[in-house]
Design a protein around this ligand. Structure first.
Ligand SMILES: COc1ccc(/C=N/Nc2[nH]nc(C)c2C(=O)Nc2cccc(NC(C)=O)c2)cc1
Length: 279
């Protein structure tokens, strides 16, 4: 419940789920209800040194307000003298990044389901005036029933924004306007939807290159090669998302009506269970 103020003594701590730059994520169980959560522990010292306090504050205020089946819930937060603790939903299967590494790439029906669910989550975010700005496999978690959850709103902002991004992590998902430091809007999430669709189908991001200059160049001129196993309809959708001019990108509502989505992810279709032995 919202009123309660939480503290570490309310939880039994479990195994570490992952180690991040600013702290670690632990499996945890609330003592009274036995409810299982993920506790993201951030070190205040690290946050103050990196001057990302505003970013953490924004991540909390945004993620606490969002309620959607494909967005990882934040139930609350608390802090002690050294650390900030974010009480997050536990997504059992881990990151889509891990799953993609294990399976190399996914079939078109699975990818269409993930793109459908992600599009619905982004539509919801955009109605709440939130741009995620950092959609990539590392920031997408997979729940108990293999459903996709957008996590890590550390980079999200209230639109419109032209906040300079210190470029950390992969460049592969940056849109042309973000590379040029131009004011950007919701359309950056539409661009990254196209990048993600390609990477899930192929196993490599579309603008992958040996160095960042080549990646920049490929992004700015949208230089993409589609392997021949990609269907015409999938290519058509990606071609309408990976468009230089943000205004000309396919609006999210039209993504849900695209034939590749309606034919491969019909209403009610759910992601397949990935059994470890299924290769
Ligand atoms: C290493 O194998 C793993 C298998 C499953 C998990 C599940 N993580 N689930 C989560 N639920 N809510 C949150 C937040 C998380 C989470 O942050 N996971 C996480 C964090 C950092 C790295 C990873 N790594 C992987 C491989 O998933 C997962 C985490 C690790």
């Amino acid at each position: 419940d919202k009123k309660k103020s939480w503290s570490l003594s309310d939880f039994d701590l479990g195994r570490p789920l992952g180690k991040g730059k600013f702290g670690n994520v632990y499996l945890a169980r609330e003592k009274e209800s036995h409810y299982v959560v993920a506790l993201k522990v951030l070190f205040k010292s690290q946050i103050l040194d990196s001057e990302i306090e505003h970013q953490v504050r924004r991540e909390v205020e945004i993620q606490c307000r969002l309620r959607h089946p494909n967005i990882l819930r934040m139930y609350g937060y608390f802090h002690d003298e050294k650390r900030i603790y974010l009480i997050l939903e536990y997504a059992k299967q881990g990151s889509l990044y891990k799953l993609l590494k294990e399976r190399e790439r996914f079939d078109e029906k699975t990818v269409a389901i993930y793109i459908r669910d992600l599009t619905r989550a982004l539509l919801y975010c955009h109605t709440k005036k939130v741009i995620h700005r950092d959609i990539k496999p590392e920031n997408l978690l997979i729940g108990h029933n293999w459903e996709l959850k957008i996590a890590d709103f550390g980079w999200s902002v209230h639109s419109p924004s032209s906040r300079r991004m210190t470029l950390c992590g992969t460049l592969d998902y940056l849109s042309p306007e973000m590379i040029e430091g131009k004011p950007h809007s919701y359309a950056v999430d539409i661009w990254s939807l196209g990048v993600l669709c390609y990477e899930l189908l192929v196993g490599l991001p579309p603008f992958d290159a040996k160095d960042s200059h080549q990646t920049y160049r490929k992004i700015r001129y949208v230089i993409i090669k589609y392997p021949d196993f990609i269907s015409e309809k999938a290519k058509d959708l990606m071609g309408r998302l990976l468009v230089i001019n943000p205004e000309q990108r396919l609006p999210l509502t039209n993504v849900l009506q695209h034939p590749w989505i309606t034919e491969n992810a019909p209403e009610g279709a759910v992601p397949p269970a990935f059994n470890p032995e299924q290769k």
